[in-house]
Design a protein around this ligand. Structure first.
Ligand code: TRP
Length: 329
């Protein structure tokens, strides 16, 4: 049996080229080597307030973008988390074996709650729900960024604790992941990773940005005081522009050096902008086709839920049985 890969993306903010080059494009490449589940985690999104109409739209947008980027629904499952009730159910069951101290240590909780006047319990429980997403499908491989490693470790700790209390039940998800994908930084601040939530103008190129906006963002990107590309002394801004170009073009280091050494920043930016525009164009075109076809997206989402619900339900049944709560005799 192929091992199962699972990852999740929140339907908030705008999916950008950092998400694409760092994660999605890689999922597309590996999808046939595994049994893949890509989850749109709307229940995670509501751990901070979301405007309901915007959230509804974002869920569809994200599903359409997954497809437009090349996730093949005949092979991989696109699952909207809330359409499979077992996510919520397992989250509660796991909450009962999770010490509060473990959750208090989560750096994302500390950072997110510091910015809120009143902190919802959902924000605190966030990592337990994420553990449920993973453990529900006995996923062996969970590709996530550095910022989610602590949550993944927690999922392992919860699985281990459950297994030791109630007997072997969960597969341990791997935390060691092959280092693949580019790490794209903000165009306005090349010392911070490109972020979906901090998408002020000039920070990110969203996958659905029109060409003129893409050009504007890249032409305004922060560079350094050198006049032209010098591979020895370049700062993080120039490095980031080159990273984006190289990832889209799939060029070797030698090709990059031969082409860009000594190039003035204005020309570098123009070339990066045109590369990004040309690579996003077919994605944007597929996106428009997908959303224009009535019922198509809902069909894919329904299909995803139908395919994974039996797996999810059987995990929940087993967990209930192990814990001794009511199951029919
Ligand atoms: N917390 C993840 C993030 O913000 C999203 C997520 C939710 C996830 N459930 C998951 C990622 C399960 C991997 C597996 O990036």
């Amino acid at each position: 049996m192929k091992s199962r890969v699972l990852s999740g993306v929140q339907p908030s903010g705008n999916l950008h080229i950092g998400n694409y080059l760092g994660a999605l494009s890689n999922w597309v490449k590996i999808q046939y080597d595994y049994e893949s589940i890509f989850c749109i985690v709307d229940l995670h999104a509501i751990t901070v307030y979301q405007n309901p109409d915007e959230l509804r739209a974002k869920i569809r947008e994200l599903a359409a973008l997954f497809l437009a980027c090349g996730i093949d629904p005949k092979h991989s499952k696109i699952v909207v988390q809330s359409t499979v009730q077992a996510h919520s159910e397992l989250a509660w069951l796991l909450t009962c074996v999770t010490p509060m101290g473990w959750l208090e240590r989560m750096t994302q909780f500390k950072a997110k709650s510091a910015a809120q006047e009143s902190v919802g319990d959902g924000l605190f429980q966030y990592p337990v729900l994420m553990a449920a997403d993973i453990l529900l499908y006995q996923a062996g491989i969970v590709p996530v960024g550095e910022d989610q490693m602590q949550h993944l470790e927690l999922a392992r700790d919860i699985a281990q604790r459950f297994n030791s209390l109630y007997g072997d039940t969960f597969v341990m998800p791997a935390t060691k992941l092959p280092a693949v994908g580019a790490r794209v930084m903000g165009f306005d601040d090349p010392t911070a990773k490109m972020s979906k939530s901090a998408a002020g103008s000039g920070h990110a190129v969203a996958l659905l940005d029109p060409p003129d906006r893409i050009r504007k963002t890249i032409m305004r990107a922060t560079t350094d005081s050198n006049p032209a590309v010098d591979f020895e002394t370049m700062g993080p801004g120039v490095q980031n522009l080159l990273t984006v170009y190289q990832a889209f073009a799939e060029w070797s280091n030698d090709q990059m050096q031969a082409h860009f050494a000594g190039m003035r920043y204005g020309d570098l930016k123009k070339q990066v902008a045109e590369m990004v525009v040309s690579k996003l164009e077919p994605i944007q075109q597929r996106y428009q086709e997908i959303v224009a076809e009535p019922g198509y997206l809902d069909g894919i989402i329904r299909q995803g839920a139908e395919a994974v619900t039996p797996i999810a339900n059987s995990t929940v049944e087993l967990v209930k049985l192990r814990m001794g709560i009511y199951t029919a005799a």
